[in-house]
Design a protein around this ligand. Sequence first.
Ligand code: AMP
Ligand code: ZN
Length: 121
Amino acid sequence: MCIFCQIIEKKVASNIIFENDRVLAFRDIHPKAPVHALMVTRKHIRSVNDLDSDDEKDISALLLAAKEVAQKLNVAKGYKLAFNVERAGGQVIDHIHMHLLAWPNDLKEADGHKQKEVMTL
Ligand code: AMP
Ligand code: ZN
């Protein structure tokens, strides 16, 4: 069973932020931003490349969960959502997940350097 399935089944501890019948959201163990959460589908889907039309509701649920997480973590003012897809796209865990990253105190829209950091997750 993959590590995210083990987290979903509570066999591995995680810092859970939000959960419902389709998704679980928890803190990333190695944060790449001051606020870094992961939204995962309860269903084990390997990657964006494995999505099919049956998965529509699960994927919508990831976005809706991100909105809840942003509110809960007080970063609704601004955040990034990202999927890494396959090894060449930076995907390490083969269970579909969306990253939520926020720099609540230092992200300035006009700051090209910070924007670059954000874009190269
Ligand atoms: P990706 O590179 O898109 O596959 O991202 C996987 C993410 O999962 C990385 O940011 C890891 O830090 C994170 N991660 C790996 N194991 C755990 C864990 N046990 N609990 C929370 N986050 C994890
Ligand atoms: Zn899994």
